[in-house]
Structure formats: C-alpha cells, structure tokens
Write a protein that binds this ligand. Structure first.
Ligand SMILES: Cc1ncc(COP(=O)(O)O)c(C=O)c1O
Length: 410
C-alpha cells in the first residue's frame, strides 16, 4: 500500500505523539509520521503505508532496511557478545581498524559512538598536538555555515550562530572563515593554529562542496604551521560520495591528518571513528581519551560486514548518484522554484526559491521521505542500494510537488 498519510493523524499515531509530548524533552520538531518497519529502500508506518526512504535516518541506513547480511550478522553477534568495554580485547576492533587504515591511508583508529563524539576526540587530538608544541597553540579554524555536532567542543567549531548562541561562552580559540575563501583562510591560520576542521561537502549547511583549491590551501597551511587537517566525513563520507571518503574524489588526493566519521559506518548500530596518521595519533597517549561503549563487538562486526558490501556498491553509488543528479537538473530546467542542484554521489541537495518545509510534508503524503535544511534546501541521502527505479519514483513525486509549488508562486 503506498497511499498518502491522512491529513489528520489516526488514533495510533496520535497516541504515540501525545505520549512523547508529555514525557520527552521538546527539542525535536518531528514530522507527524510513526515508522514501524523497513525493507530495502522503503519504510512502512503502522498502518502499512509505504514510503520511499531518501533520507535514511539522516544518512545512517546505508544499506536500507533489514538488509539480510546485516540482520544475520546482528543476530549472530548479539548471541555471542554485544559489548565488553575497552578494558579487554575482542576480535573485531583491530580488524576494523586495519580495514579503515587500508581504505583511508591513515594508520590508526579510535572508535566511539557518534559524529559529535568523533569530532570531540579529533579536537582533543588537535589541542594536544598544539599543546605539545606551545601552550598558545590551541586555535581551531573551521568554516562558516558548517555543522560538527551538538556537544560543546563540536558546537564551538560549528559555524552557525543559531546552534551556538544559547550555550556561549564555548571553547576559546575557534575561528570561522567563509567556505572556499582562500584569502580568509590564509588570514585566519597562523602559529597559534592547532587544527583546521572541514566538511568536504557541507551537509547540514545545505550541501555545499569545497573546492579542490581551498582544500589544497588548507593542507598547505597546516603543513606550514605544523597543525592538523581534520576532515569531518560524518555526513559526506564512507561511501556516500561514491568513493570511500570525500577527500578521495579530488586529484591529486589531499590526504587529511585526521578523518572523523559516524552515521553510515554500522548501518544504524551507533558507531563513530577517528582515523589519524602517526603524527596526529601520537598526540593521544595512554589514558588521555576513551569511551565505554566505543567500538563494541556488535558494532565493529556489523561495520566489517557493511564495508565488505560497500566495495561492491561503490560503482552503483556513482552510477545511480549521477543519474539522480541528471534527473534533478532536468527538474530544475522545468521548475522556476528550483534555484540550484548541488552535491555528488548519493548526497544531493536542491535549493529552492521557496521554503522547503511544506514540500517535505507534502512528500510524506505522497509516500516519499526527504528533509529540508537551511529553510530552502531539499536534502537527499538515499541508501547505497538505491536503483534508478526508486530514483524515478522519487523524482516523479518531487516534480509533481514542485509543479504545484510553481503554480502557487506565480
Ligand atoms: C558533518 C557532521 N558532523 C557531525 C555531526 C554530528 O553527528 P551526530 O549527530 O552523530 O553526533 C553531523 C550530524 O549531522 C554532521 O553532519
């Protein structure tokens, strides 16, 4: 069944929403939809209505839902050992770290549970690296419009006042420069800089890719001032761009000192990581950092299974991502409410001339899940298993909604 959500929530949905309204912090503005299960590229509500999932839990469900190999791995490992803490060894952290080292070109890994936690660890690494050189070498340069997470350190380097304002003062020494502004970057970096933090494609900020020249200048500056280049690949990495990591798309590759990632790496089981070259890793010595949950047996084993599948999926991520991009550009030629299409691989954004929120709500009613960031950018993060068939279905719905919007605008 693919019919629309009712305009008035049915009783079961309403009672789920009412309970949350009574007992949860009111920090989320959820869409009025309850999800009950998923299969492949689709999710279903409790009444069995079907939705094409083009947001995948904000870029997490990389293999869609209920992938048989992920389900089998979770079942097997859950019956053996879920968690043991980092007091002891288990067989999968080392294997996963080796795998990530081969994929990334960075020698050492640290495992945690989320993007923000990975960013925190990377910031500590940069601070400790700087501190070992000079007590005044603690500044972090990041980008305006960036997003790095909700914990205090990650917030401090998030270049959007709306996330930071209520929590000031945050970490001292954070500086922001406009995206792709080489002169501003040069002006901000100096002997006091411990690290530069970048998203190769800004995600939450509205799908803005960095230029090769800007990333190259960041590499040059960190080399000159002995600081660390940190790529936050939480949203733009681990297969989504059609390569293992977004920095691998450029030629020649600009290798960061540190890479952080999370979202898709264990297909919905919380897992994040920091990858570091020997120089950056040397900053963190025994006892300086840790995590109780980070790198548990279940999460690591699921991640290994995912990475095996990812190798086979990269060509289709590139092909279907390219197809989707072309189709969105075709829509852009037809609809005056589309300003621009941006991104690559399966990380695409469509900037509108009108607010996107109503389009997202109307898309749900048509059986498509997407979201909107920065008021006007529709964000598409489909699962890596997506095919041209689901893209056609999604594009048809988006086209229909934009035709309606064009009619309203004119
Ligand atoms: C680039 C980037 N960094 C960090 C984060 C924070 O990740 P998490 O929500 O897992 O803490 C996000 C989340 O959207 C992100 O997009």
């Amino acid at each position: 069944m693919t019919s629309a959500i009712p305009s008035v929530a049915d009783n079961a949905t309403q009672s789920v929403m009412d309970l949350e309204r009574e007992y949860l912090l009111q920090n989320y503005a959820r869409y009025p939809l309850v999800l009950a299960r998923g299969k492949g590229c689709y999710v279903y509500d409790p009444e069995g209505r079907r939705y094409i999932d083009f947001i995948t839990g904000i870029g997490v469900n990389a293999l869609g839902h209920a992938h048989p190999r992920i389900v089998k791995t979770i079942r097997e490992q859950a019956a053996l050992l879920i968690h043991s803490s980092n007091l002891y060894y288990h067989p999968y952290q080392g294997k996963l770290a080796k795998r990530l080292a081969e994929m990334s070109g960075l020698q050492r890994a640290f495992f945690c549970n989320s993007g923000t936690e990975a960013v925190e660890g990377a910031l500590k690494m940069a601070r400790a690296h700087g501190h070992a050189i000079h007590s005044e070498k603690y500044e972090i340069v990041s980008l305006e419009n960036s997003f790095h997470g909700r914990t205090l350190g990650a917030l401090s380097v998030t270049g959007q006042a709306k996330y930071r304002n209520d929590f000031e003062p945050l970490l001292s020494g954070a500086k922001f420069v406009p995206i792709n502004d080489i002169a501003a970057l040069e002006a901000a970096v100096n002997e006091r800089t411990a690290g530069i933090v970048l998203e190769l494609i800004q995600g939450e900020g509205g799908i803005y890719p960095l230029t090769h020249e800007f990333a190259a200048k960041a590499r040059e500056l960190v080399d000159h001032y002995n600081a660390l280049l940190i790529a936050d690949e939480t949203q733009c990495g681990v297969g989504r761009p059609g390569t293992y990591f977004a920095y691998q798309r450029s030629h020649p590759v600009i290798l960061p000192d540190v890479v952080v990632a999370a979202k898709p790496v264990a297909c919905g089981i919380p897992l994040g990581f920091i990858l570091a070259n020997e120089k950056a890793a040397a900053a963190i010595k025994s006892g300086m950092h840790g995590s109780t949950f980070g790198g548990g047996a279940l999460a690591c084993r699921v991640s290994l299974e995912f990475l095996d599948l990812l190798d086979e999926l990269l060509p289709s991520i590139q092909r279907v991502g390219g197809y989707f991009h072309v189709k969105l550009n075709e829509l852009a030629r037809k609809h005056s409410s589309i300003k621009e299409v941006r991104g690559f691989g399966l990380m695409l954004g469509m900037e509108l001339t009108i607010p996107g929120k109503q389009i997202v709500l109307d898309a749900i009613a048509e059986g498509l899940l997407i979201n909107c960031t920065h008021e006007t950018v529709l964000r598409f993060l489909p699962p890596y298993i997506v095919t041209e068939k689901e893209v056609d279905q999604a594009v048809k719905i988006i086209g229909k909604l934009l035709a309606k919007a064009d009619g309203q605008v004119s």
